[in-house]
Ligand binder design. Structure first.
Ligand code: FUL
Length: 499
């Protein structure tokens, strides 16, 4: 029945579809709860992207520079932005975020506001600009480019005074003005502590709730890069997942309200109950999806001693399943080495990881299945089951509002073997599904395959391989009609325990 309606739909003149045509009477479901902004929607499409931690630490073998490192310490011998970005693209990363300034305060670009930068180093006779090189390489390869600017600066003499906040914003202005479109601006929650501070060598603690006046900084980002998403412990667009191990909780809701550390306080980066970010809040008042950051090595920066401890392609795949597969994004850190390139151990793992992703997700075994739903919204082809298997995120299966339980069945023309099911909701209408069940047809009966909570931007269900000619998504006791934009099945690496 649904299939027939779909066929009628596809032969209609394009002009009739979705506007003044015979189906226009059936309206789309009302949004449920908070919904994403256009910049957040574009961010959801990125799913997996890379972090580059690179500064004087790379050459001093440290994780947090004290701030007293001489600029001459920074001397990559074969810096190659194209190699870095190409390897990341081979791994299937869609974008790159660069630590333009880490806590040590050394700037990877020639900042007009300090001499503690690449222009004061001997590297390329002081003419080098890592931010320019990486952003140009990203543009060339069609990858997004994002900036990390550490709010904490252990070099600056004024850290802790209002003067430093102006300095921080001036630097942000440089980065958001001179390097083309920025897709994400990353604010770290680590701020305040001991440091060099222009020679004072002391501990400077700041009031994390008030010192930076974050609202003003966020407004500056909006003004200079309206298409960018802002990341921090408190969003406002993308939230930290609350761990640095690369996994989201299951479920991980896209909605979230950052909580203050103390009643009556103001949540701020470094001052919020970040532990709640792993799951988010089902009843949260804001769309603030999570980003899971993790390093391919034990440290964030390159250390020769860790070159034997690079995560394997299989481990990276598991990270992907437990972050992207739970509705978060995966921000995988890959630290350039002292040459200024991706080390061969990391490269080998990344390239194979990309191969695993492509081998798994480029073949959707459900794409030629017949999709049938127990109910279709207004009996309209616009909301038919086919919308969930057509590889289009803009089409979706929806039911009538009054429906309290519904099922979507895929029938394959011959048996298929898979171990990953991919579900997605149509995000412009919010995160709608609370609980779901999957059944497979085995020995002439439906058998329970998996059950869970929450779908959102993506839910990847990873199990032992199963062979069947039918699979069913069952939604029972629903409180709002579903809008399912993807129901795909894949065969990938064998499931592993959470890393
Ligand atoms: C942390 C920092 O302190 C680490 O050095 C690293 O940059 C990580 C991504 O965020 O808060």
């Amino acid at each position: 029945m649904n299939w027939v309606r779909h066929t009628v739909f596809t032969v209609l003149p394009l002009g009739l579809i979705g506007c003044a045509g015979p189906f226009s009477a059936v309206s789309e479901p009302k949004p449920y709860g908070p919904t994403p902004t256009p910049a957040q929607l574009a961010w959801h499409d990125r799913e997996f992207y890379a972090f580059l931690h690179f500064t004087t630490n790379t050459f001093t073998d440290r994780e947090w520079g004290y701030g007293d490192e001489a600029p001459s310490v920074f001397h990559p011998t074969e810096f190659n932005a194209d190699q870095i970005v190409s390897v990341l693209q081979d791994a299937s990363a869609t974008a790159v975020i660069l630590t333009c300034k880490h806590h040590d305060g050394f700037c990877l670009w020639d900042s007009a506001y300090t001499t503690h930068d690449v222009a004061s180093s001997d590297w390329m006779d002081g003419q080098g600009d890592v931010v320019r090189a990486i952003s140009d390489a990203c543009a060339l390869h069609g990858m997004g480019f994002g900036v990390y600017l550490s709010p904490w600066d252990r070099n600056h003499p004024g850290y802790g005074t209002p003067e430093y906040v102006d300095y921080f914003r001036n630097q942000l202005r440089e980065l958001l003005t001179n390097y083309g479109p920025i897709y994400e601006v990353w604010f770290d929650g680590a701020n305040g502590g001991d440091g060099y501070y222009g020679g004072a060598r002391e501990t400077r603690l700041i009031d994390r709730e008030s010192y930076y006046n974050w609202e003003e900084t966020f407004a500056l980002v909006r003004e200079l890069q309206p298409g960018a998403v802002i990341f921090s412990d408190i969003g406002p667009d993308i939230r930290w997942i609350g761990n640095e191990s690369g996994y989201a909780a299951d479920p991980c809701w896209a909605t979230y309200d950052p909580k203050p550390l103390k009643p009556g306080g103001t949540p701020a980066p470094g001052a919020t109950k970040y532990q709640e970010a792993e799951t988010g809040h089902r009843d949260g008042s804001r769309w603030m999806p999570a980003e899971a950051d993790v390093s391919i090595r034990p440290g964030w920066f390159y250390h020769e001693s860790e070159s034997g401890r690079v995560r394997s392609p299989e481990e990276l795949f598991a990270l992907y399943m437990n972050s992207v597969g739970r509705g978060a994004s995966l921000l995988l850190n890959v630290p350039p080495d002292r040459r200024g390139m991706i080390h061969h151990e990391d490269e080998a793992s990344l390239v194979e990881f990309g191969n695993l992703l492509r081998a798994c997700f480029e073949t959707d075994l459900a794409v030629n299945a017949t999709a049938k739903a127990t109910n279709t919204r207004g009996n309209s082809p616009r909301f038919a089951a086919q919308g969930a298997i057509d590889s289009e995120r803009s089409t979706y299966w929806a039911t009538d509002d009054a429906v309290t339980s519904a099922a979507l069945t895929l029938a394959f023309s011959e048996t298929v073997t898979f171990n990953i099911v991919s579900l997605r909701e149509y995000l412009p209408l919010g995160q709608r599904v609370d609980a779901w069940n999957l059944d497979v047809w085995v020995d002439d009966a439906w058998q329970k395959y998996a059950t869970g909570t929450g779908i959102g931007s993506r839910k990847l269900i990873w199990t032992a391989p199963v062979t069947t000619d039918r699979i069913r998504l069952r939604l029972d006791d629903i409180s709002t009609c579903p809008a399912i934009s993807e129901f795909a099945v894949h065969l990938g690496p064998l499931a592993q325990a959470k890393p």
